[in-house]
Design a protein around this ligand. Sequence first.
Ligand code: ZN
Length: 283
Amino acid sequence: MVNTANATQAELGVIGGSGFYSFLDDVTEVHVDTPYGSPSDSLFLGEIAGRRVAFLPRHGRDHHLPPHRINYRANLWALRSVGVRQVLAPCAVGGLRPEYGPGTLLVPDQLVDRTQSRPGTYFDGLPLADGSIPKVVHVSLADPYCPTGRAAALKAARGRDWEPVDGGTLVVIEGPRFSTRAESRWYAAQGWSVVGMTGHPEAILARELELCYASLTLVTDLDAGAESGEGVSHDEVLQVFAANVGRLRTVLFDAVAGLPANAERDCLCVGALGGLETGIRLP
Ligand SMILES: [Zn+2]
C-alpha cells in the first residue's frame, strides 16, 4: 500500500527499461520537467522491500530514443528532484573478451568516454531559464562509480548464484551503430572489458549532482572484434536481454534492498562538489 503523502517521492533510482518495474504493484507515474528539458519519460515510482524507488525508462517507454539523443541531464536532474540520491543503472553491453560471453554480468569500476555529441556537464557556464548561471566546476571522476552501490550489486548477484565479474572498464561509444572489427580490437587491446552506448554521461552527471551511481552491465553479445561470425545484430542483443531480464530484475531488487538509507551515505559521491558555490541550486 502506497502512502499517498510520499507517492511522488522516492529515495532510490533505477535507470532501465520497463521490464524492471512493470511487475510492481501500485506504481505511480510522475511527470517531471527540468531546467534541461524533459527526461526520457515519466518517472514510475513504486516500492521494493519497503524502499521508495523511481524507475526511469532510459530510452522512453516505447524505446524511441537512440543513445545519443537521450536527455541525460534531464534524466538525472528529474531523479534527484523527487528525492533520489542513489542510482542503479543496468545496461546492455558487448563483451570485449571471449570469456565475457552473453549472459555475463559485469559491475564496472572504470569508464572510458568515446562519445562525441552529448552534453556531458551541468557546469557549462550557460545561463538557465531561471536566470542562474552555472559556474565552471571541475569534478573528480577518478573513481566513476559509487563503491557502496557496486558492493550492493555484487552481493545481490552472488546471492542469486549469478557470479558477477567484479570490476572492469566500460567504454562508451556514440552509437547507434555497433563497432567495426578494428575499433573493437582496439578497445580490447587497451584492456577494456565491455562496450556500451549509454554509460556516459550518466556517471559524470550523477557525480555532479552528488548522486551515488553504479552500473550493472549485462553482456548481450561478443563485440565485433571478439568473435569471428557476422558481427553483432540488434535482434541478438534484444533476444539475450529478454532472456536475462527476469534474473537481472531480481538482482536489481536485491541490490536496491541492500543500499543504505540516503542519510547514511558515507561514500565519495556525497561531497563530490566539496561545498563549492556552483551557481546551480540542486533540486
Ligand atoms: Zn556513493
